[in-house]
Write a new protein. Sequence first.
Length: 87
Amino acid sequence: MTEEGVIILDVRTPGETADGIIEGAQELDFRADDFREQLSSLDKEAKYLVYCRGGGRSASACSMMKEMGFEDVSNLVGGYQRWQAKH
């Protein structure tokens, strides 16, 4: 997460992100109808760290991104809840 050049991607809903977000994260709602279209506009060669509330949606988003040709995608295990508990 602290590695230079890593894009942190928050795939929670706007209601969830209103409660807090990891500083510098980009928000893309996994449940949005155009989520896949929004992903396609991102740089496929960049490094991504993806998170949601607990890790399920971000794991699905990572799989989708890999299928779309993204080269370096990681899921934040435990999601925002786990990260928040440690910070």
